[in-house]
Structures are given as structure tokens and as C-alpha cells.
Design a protein around this ligand. Structure first.
Ligand code: FE2
Length: 277
């Protein structure tokens, strides 16, 4: 099974450049074209949030229309810039909807079960996984203990070491989620966005992959512990191509446009080293 992952399109309501600088319409169109040019086509495209820059209904509808140009079926989750109701209106109804609020659902009918989680709260600077959502996840995983699962969620559960980004991370529920996914054994990975740069880590022994963004030309700084600037990164848009097989698990390849290459910043998954607060 092949899955293309696109993240953080940040489509604007009026089509004007975001921050007066980034033409996200053009960037998304380029990424859509790149994914459409894949041969063979992916079975699915997963878009890991920040569909719209300001979360309003018009921008989210514009994101939907742009993503509708993809040849493969599209699944989305909500980011901190999104409004869950707007995402639901533009992309819903969702199969396997948790009915817990937010954009939370489980997709069947593929070799992997795909589960969308939602840590957005309506406040772009605050993220949390509600207890009811974590309980819903536990119930879904308990239904089929041996079934391979791929979770997609805008916010990575791990800390990046970039202070201002981590301050917007998942403040509640991430350890409870970690305990549940560690017990299931079948979670192949958690696919995320939010960071606007590729990062790889692990959460309670499960690989976590944060995709590069569609919204290019955003500079990020770090990795000093206090988040103070070390270097600026300017990268073209990119996406990730995942391949999953029962024998080999999940293999993920970064694809940047314009021939740009960036290595993963790697953290070694270690099931014995569950993170603690
Ligand atoms: Fe974003």
C-alpha cells in the first residue's frame, strides 16, 4: 500500500500570499501536480492539517477544491490553524466518525486501518488530546488487537527542542495516547505535520514522522534548548511517500520539489525508553 502525505498547505481565503510573502495556492498546486505524476499512483493521500491558514470556511473550501485535483482519494485531519467545523463542512462527512467533536475518525477497507486524531482546540497556540478522544482510540484499537494501524495527527507528540514550537505542542493527553499505542503493538507509525520541516522521532516506541510543509519559504530556527536562533532553513515544498507492507512495515521517503534534499533529523526509536514529563 502506498500513501502520499501532504502537510500544512495553509491556503488563504482570498488567494493572496500568506504573510504577504508565500503563495500557498501555487505551492499546493505544485505539490498536487507532483503527487499526480507519481507512477504508480498512491492508494491514498493523507493531508496532515493546517489546510487553511486562518481556518475560515472559505479558505477551507478553497483547500478542498485544490486537493480535489488529486487523482488518489484524500483523507484529512485538522491542524491548529484549522476550524474543525469548517473542515467537517468542506471534507466531511467522515467514515467511522468518532462523534466526539473534532476531526476524529477511522477508515476501513485498506490493508492498514487509518485513524485520524485531532489535538486542535480552537486556540492555535494550545493543543490537547481530550480524554474522550483517547478513550475512543483505545476502544478502536481494542476491537482488532492484531490489525496494523496508521495514525495521522497534525501535532507531533514529541518535543522538538525548538522552544517556541514545543510551547504549541500537545499539552494534555499525549502520554495517555502513548500508553495506549504502546500496548496495541500494531501501530505502524504516527504521521504528523505542524513543524514545517521534516523530523523523525518516536513516541512510546512508535515511529513518528513529521512531514515537510507545502507552505514553503518559512524559516525555522533552533535547536538550542532555549529555542534561540541557530540557523534558518529555507526549503521548497515537499511531501512524503510512504510504502507499507505486512512483511516490511512502513518505509518513508521525503520528496522535495526543485531537487532539494534534506536529511531526517533522527531520533532512535527505543520501546524501552518511554518519555516522561
Ligand atoms: Fe502549519
Amino acid at each position: 500500500m502506498r500513501i502520499a502525505q501532504i502537510s500544512d498547505p495553509h491556503v488563504s481565503a482570498d488567494g493572496l500570499p500568506v504573510h504577504g510573502l508565500v503563495d500557498t495556492d501555487a505551492a499546493l498546486a505544485r505539490v498536487v501536480a507532483a503527487v499526480n505524476a507519481l507512477d504508480p499512483q498512491p492508494d491514498l493521500v493523507v493531508v496532515t492539517g493546517d489546510l487553511a491558514h486562518d481556518g475560515d470556511a472559505g479558505a477551507t473550501a478553497r483547500a478542498h477544491d485544490a486537493l480535489a485535483a488529486l487523482r488518489a482519494p484524500v483523507l484529512v485531519c485538522a491542524g491548529n490553524h484549522d476550524c474543525g467545523d469548517a473542515v467537517r463542512a468542506a471534507f466531511g462527512p467522515f467514515p467511522g466518525d468518532a462523534g466526539e467533536g473534532g476531526v476524529v475518525y477511522a477508515v476501513e477497507g485498506h490493508p492498514l486501518r487509518l485513524i485520524a486524531l485531532d489535538a486542535s482546540t480552537g486556540d492555535p497556540l494550545h493543543a490537547a488530546l481530550p480524554a474522550a478522544q483517547v478513550a475512543w482510540l483505545a476502544a478502536r484499537l481494542a476491537e482488532e488487537p492484531e490489525r496494523p494501524v496508521l495514525i495521522f495527527l497534525h501535532h507531533p507528540p514529541f518535543d522538538t527542542g525548538i522552544g517556541w514550537l514545543d510551547s504549541m505542542g500537545i499539552a494534555q493527553g499525549r502520554h495517555e495516547m502513548g500508553t495506549i499505542i504502546a500496548a496495541h503493538k500494531g501501530v505502524a507509525a504516527i504521521l504528523c505535520g505542524h513543524l514545517h520541516r521534516p523530523m523523525r522521532g518516536a513516541w512510546y516506541g512508535v515511529p513518528v514522522l513529521a512531514a515537510p510543509s507545502v507552505m514553503d519559504r518559512v524559516t525555522f530556527t533552533g535547536l538550542r534548548p532555549d529555542g534561540s536562533p541557530v540557523a534558518a532553513v529555507t526549503a521548497p515544498p515537499g511531501f512524503v511517500l510512504h510504502r507499507w507492507s505486512a512483511e516490511g512495515g512502513l518505509v518513508s521517503e521525503l520528496r522535495f520539489l526543485d531537487g532539494y534534499a534534506e536529511t531526517w533529523l533522527a531520533a532512535r526509536p527505543d520501546p524501552a525508553a518511554a518519555p516522561k514529563d
